[in-house]
Design a protein around this ligand. Structure first.
Ligand SMILES: *[C@@H]1O[C@H](CO)[C@@H](O)[C@H](O)[C@H]1NC(C)=O
Ligand SMILES: *[C@@H]1O[C@H](CO)[C@@H](O)[C@H](O)[C@H]1NC(C)=O
Length: 289
């Protein structure tokens, strides 16, 4: 019972702390790799900031804002941030220069206000990004004798953290728009050749691909580096057929030549035999006296 009596005030205290107006939802801050990030405090204009303790996993720095012409002082307690911090008094902003990937994560500022003797917590989620490079597009298509040529166009960039993709097509009357990296479309001979463009965006940059004409791939599969399998099979089949025809013609020619040789040979033998008989007949005639 005594334990319960002790617990009750503790629970009330915890609840009161949770409701004290602290902004637990971190403010998202997007910054460029090797660039600066600014973490700005929200301070009511009539309040005086006595000092701020910054945390990044562990205490990062203590800032005492400048007063009466004295400059602000920053005491850096985490060597990772040595020589990279500045404090801007007028906007209550901590500036972190030359960001590295290791700087991304959750930051906290414990702000001590001079007049009310209260401290508040403010949270920041620092996300670091690189400028995007031009998006690359891969095309997969299926060709059949009947029906349209179906294609899927896939757009991608190398560093794809928090990247969103959109597709635009132009060439018809309405510029259509599709969200997501993969666009499925189809094309029939006679369709106008639509131009497709992909746009990749992250919180700090947005870049478009070169437009590609998708009908091109269906009309001329040789344009693609990777030939589709039905065409490969057809080519192989035709080659095999050609070889068989050549073989058949060759065999036929050999046979014809042989038959002709056989027909000629008996004639020659007959001719020789006739001559010999002729000589035999001549001999007795000569020996007669
Ligand atoms: C920025 O930081 C990188 C290491 O993260 C360092 O090599 C480079 O010299 C720094 N640049 C400046 C201007 O401080
Ligand atoms: C293309 O898609 C249509 C339906 O969207 C389908 O009827 C057709 O068979 C597909 N063609 C090929 C070659 O897959």
């Amino acid at each position: 019972m005594a334990v319960l009596l002790w617990l009750l005030p503790l629970l009330l205290l915890l609840e009161a702390k949770g409701d004290s107006g602290d902004d637990v939802n971190p403010e998202e801050v997007a910054a460029v790799l090797q660039g600066p990030a600014s973490l700005s405090l929200e301070i009511p204009s009539d309040e005086d900031v006595e000092r701020i303790i910054w945390y990044f996993h562990k205490p990062l720095a203590t800032v005492v804002p400048g007063k009466d012409g004295h400059p602000a002082t920053i005491r850096v307690t985490n060597p990772q941030f040595e020589n990279r911090l500045s404090w801007l008094d007028t906007s209550h902003t901590l500036l972190i220069r030359n960001l590295s990937w290791a700087d991304s994560g959750l930051y906290q500022a414990q702000v001590y206000l001079g007049t009310s003797q209260l401290s508040t917590m403010q949270y920041y989620d620092l996300r670091i990004y690189q400028w995007l490079s031009e998006p690359q597009i891969t095309v997969n298509f299926e060709i059949s004798r009947e029906g349209p040529c179906n294609m899927s166009l896939t757009c991608f960039v190398k560093a794809d953290m928090d990247v969103t993709y959109s597709w635009f097509s132009s060439g018809d009357s309405t510029d259509t728009n599709h969200e997501g990296p993969v666009l499925r479309t189809s094309w029939r001979p006679g369709d106008s050749a639509l131009l497709y463009t992909c746009r990749a965006s992250n919180p700090i940059s947005s870049i478009r691909s070169r437009p590609i004409s998708a009908g091109h791939f269906c009309a001329d599969p040789g344009y693609s580096e990777k030939p589709s399998t039905p065409f490969c099979l057809l080519a192989k089949g035709l080659l095999l057929l050609l070889l068989l025809v050549i073989l058949a013609v060759g065999l036929w020619v050999v046979r014809v030549v042989r038959v002709q040789k056989k027909k000629q040979m008996p004639k020659m033998k007959k001719l020789k035999r006739n001559r010999m008989e002729l000589r035999k007949r001549e001999k007795p005639g000569l020996s007669l006296p």
